[in-house]
Design a protein around this ligand. Structure first.
Ligand code: NAP
Ligand code: MG
Length: 739
């Protein structure tokens, strides 16, 4: 890509719909500075199509945009705006396949149990696009996420509502106290570049390779651990009984999307433990029919009709559902429980939502109730218990006065991609997993039993070094104290702490306050400070980066969508992620039903201003800097005048919010004096937009209230979406005058 190009990603669901409205505005304005904005399709449907060219007609084939972006991020001129995309669970993979097939794309069906090489190859290709398939490819840098000052001030002036907390709340977190990933972890730092082999050795000494040779670099931290299936089952069974005894809802919180190998398996253990009689009596029959508890109850229920014993099995599920503790609901109106689909119980979004709602989840009647939140692995679960205890003691947090907790997160070069990758295995038989280096020395040896989940994880040295540098910079720029959330008693963290101490010494840290604390201590200190209106930088590994950049923004700002998320790429480029949340599937449902899109594009606006600024600094393009500065001011005014989409019909939605941004941006470009030619051009546009404001708003409101057909969910029809997302003819005409 040329250095005057910004790559804008075409993703999924709500952000993809919003793109149809925002991108034309962006392209028209950017063109005035000679900056091109090109679209790159990394949607789930796009990734599926790109991976199966051999099944498609030549005209249906598309380039592998994700692979191209994976190269682009290594180039110093990279400038990419990354919107949230679907991290697909297997049920979602099946849904996208069905949709594409119905549209005439002959992609193969998903083979649940591949029986030959061709089917195995198909499954491998689908696994490649499933789960967290995009972010690890693009994140060639660490993460710097914060609520910009204007956004924080806006939230303090207009605090969102927070559910009241009382001292008698019975909501708690349950995690394992042994036998889990946390307890079993071993870790080492490689002395030299090397190649590791990973094999499972049975009692009689026979070794089978678990994966091909694994290249590691000198200075790389490598860890290995296991989740013991027997300990997990005993733990879940005990928590089901505990929830019942305490009279609270039972809920499980995992990350089955990102941790695409480990967490669906754990989810399946929970489903089986909740219905022990059903699975002991009918488990074999369901398995033969390909009904897998790892994919949740929804898929099982849907498949029961086709079974001879279907009615009896459903009756057995119902009976056990009635006997057990009340299950937390994802959607009580539709009868969707916490165990229906693994992608519906994403810990980083579900825990903050619960904390914001008085520690409640919803029961089958749609009533709020206390819950036992089950997060099996102890590595990070404890931080949520600290928050719950704090709310019980001091009441809900107050967004009007609370401070902020920005995050500097380690994630470059797939650092700490726990459980998400090709080094996580469900163990087929008892034995020992042996990890050996090229000299034949045993690096790790872990005894395992059938069904245990073994995982390895890598963290390269360069990202850690860069993360420490980023931390020092952020602490210096903000003047706030920074805390590394690391636990010296955890094997992996002990290796990281050694590096952090070494690399901190490379920097001048005089006058800075930088500490290392366990996650529980760190969150305790951060919460005390936040209640006093003080800010504390959280410096964390990849998992806590994900969790905290939902937790704190949701408490402070009401949503993680309003975060500025910058990824300074190690080779000099810039990756600008929008917000810190997901792709808001509920918003699409609402749009399809009533032509109202409540997606807030503020994250996109913030990312764009940073992207223009980065481009200006690299290329010396003064007009790009002007676009950045004026966009920043326009966004400030957008917040002041409260132009974010409302939640309900009758107010302007996402599309209207883009038009107000365009008006304010044009206004700011008209007002600036450093580039008179540009000012003249935008004076005319601003005048026309302002003169037609009421007509445009009327055109926008007129379409609301009736269903919209987009011609697809994962792979909608571009013409239909364009029509739906650009309903103001008056605005479209004025915008085309600019180009
Ligand atoms: P989510 O899409 O963030 O949805 C949770 C809720 O957050 C939404 O229902 C909405 O609340 C609110 N929200 C998020 N972004 C918003 C925005 N820009 N404007 C207004 N409201 C916003 O989280 P999820 O349901 O856990 O995940 C959905 C999908 O996104 C999954 O496939 C997941 O894998 C993916 N995901 C992607 C990324 C990424 O690419 N970086 C990150 C996280 C998740 P209301 O319903 O109250 O309006
Ligand atoms: Mg998250």
């Amino acid at each position: 890509m040329s250095e005057s190009t910004i790559i804008y990603t075409h993703t999924d669901e709500a952000p993809a719909l919003a793109t149809y409205s925002l991108l034309p505005i962006l392209q028209a304005y950017a063109a005035q500075a000679g900056v091109g904005v090109t679209l790159s399709d990394i949607s789930l449907a796009g990734r599926v199509l790109a991976n199966f060219p051999d099944f498609l007609e030549p005209a249906q084939r598309i380039d592998d945009a994700l692979a191209e972006l994976g190269q682009e991020v290594l180039r110093p001129e990279a400038n990419i705006i990354k919107l949230p995309n679907i991290s697909a669970s297997i049920p979602q993979i099946k849904a996208v396949i069905a949709e594409l097939q119905s549209q005439g794309y002959a992609v193969p069906s998903y083979p649940d149990s591949p029986e030959n090489d061709a089917e195995r190859d198909i499954q491998v290709r689908y696994k490649k696009v499933s789960g967290s398939a995009v972010n690890p490819v693009l994140r060639e840098g660490n993460s710097d996420r914060r609520a910009p000052l204007s956004v924080k001030k806006y939230a303090q002036k207009h605090p969102h509502s927070m559910g009241k907390w009382t001292a008698d709340s019975k909501t708690n977190v349950a995690h394992m106290n042994g036998g889990d990933f946390f307890a079993n972890e071993v870790s080492t730092t490689m002395k030299q570049d090397d190649t590791l082999t990973v094999e499972l050795v049975s009692a009689d000494g026979e070794a089978t390779a678990l994966r091909g040779p694994l290249k590691v670099l000198a200075g790389e931290i490598v860890d290995a651990t296991k989740m013991e299936a027997a300990a997990l089952d005993a733990f879940i069974t005990a928590q089901i009984a505990r929830a019942k005894a305490e009279g609270v809802l039972f809920s499980v919180h995992l990350k089955a999307t990102m941790m695409k190998v480990s967490d669906p398996i754990m989810f399946g253990h929970v489903v089986r433990a909740f219905f022990p009689k059903t699975f002991s009596q009918f488990g074999g029959e369901m398995a033969n029919a390909g009904l897998n508890p790892n994919n949740g109850l929804a898929g099982i229920y849907a498949g029961l009709d086709a079974l001879a014993n279907g009615a009896a099995i459903k009756a057995s599920f119902d009976a056990e559902m009635a006997e057990g503790p009340a299950l937390a609901m994802v959607d009580s109106d539709k009868g969707i429980t916490n165990l229906h689909a693994p992608n519906d119980v994403i810990v980083d979004a579900s825990m903050p939502a619960m904390i914001r709602t008085s520690g409640h989840m919803w029961d089958a009647n749609g009533k709020e109730a206390d819950t036992l939140a089950v997060l099996p692995d102890a590595s990070y679960a404890g931080i949520y218990q600290v928050v719950l205890n704090d709310c019980r003691r001091h009441g809900a947090f107050d967004p009007a006065t609370m401070g902020t907790v920005p995050n500097v997160g380690l994630m470059a070069q797939a650092a700490e991609e726990y459980g998400s990758h090709d080094k996580t295995f469900e163990i087929p038989h008892d034995g020992t997993v042996r990890v050996t280096n090229s000299a034949g020395d045993v690096v790790f040896s872990i005894s395992v039993a059938t069904g245990d989940i073994f995982r390895m994880c890598q963290t390269k040295d360069v990202p850690v070094r860069d993360w420490v540098k980023l931390t020092v910079n952020r602490a210096r720029l903000s003047g706030d104290p920074a805390i590394f959330w690391l636990d010296i008693d955890r094997a992996h963290d002990a290796q990281v702490i050694a590096k952090v101490k070494t690399y901190l010494a490379d920097h001048d840290t005089t006058g800075l306050q930088i500490d290392i604390m366990t996650p529980e201590e760190a969150i305790g200190v951060s919460l005390d400070r936040i209640r006093k209106g003080l800010n504390t930088i959280s410096v964390t590994g990849n998992v806590l980066r994900d969790y905290l950049t939902d937790l704190f923004p949701i408490m402070e700002l009401g949503t993680s969508a309003k975060m500025l998320s910058i990824v300074p790429l190690i080779n000099g480029g810039g990756l600008f992620e929008t917000g810190a949340g997901g792709s808001a599937p509920k918003h699409v449902q609402q749009f399809e039903q009533e032509n109202y899109l409540r997606w807030d594009s503020l994250g996109e606006f913030l990312a764009l201003a940073s992207s223009f600024e980065h481009l200006a600094q690299r290329t010396g393009n003064a007009r790009a800097q002007l676009l950045a500065d004026t966009l920043d001011r326009a966004t400030g005014r957008f917040l002041d005048e409260d132009r974010s989409p409302g939640r309900k019909l009758g107010t302007i939605d996402n599309r209207g919010s883009h038009i107000y941004l365009a008006i304010y941006w044009a206004d700011e470009l008209a007002k600036q004096t450093s580039d008179p030619e540009l000012a003249a051009k935008f004076t005319a546009i601003a005048a026309e937009l302002e003169a037609n404001e009421s007509t445009i708003v009327a055109e926008l409101l007129a379409v609301q209230g009736s269903p919209v057909d987009l011609g697809g969910y994962f792979h909608p029809n571009a013409d239909k979406v364009t029509t739906a997302m650009r309903p103001s003819g008056t605005f479209n005409r004025i915008l085309s005058d600019l180009s």
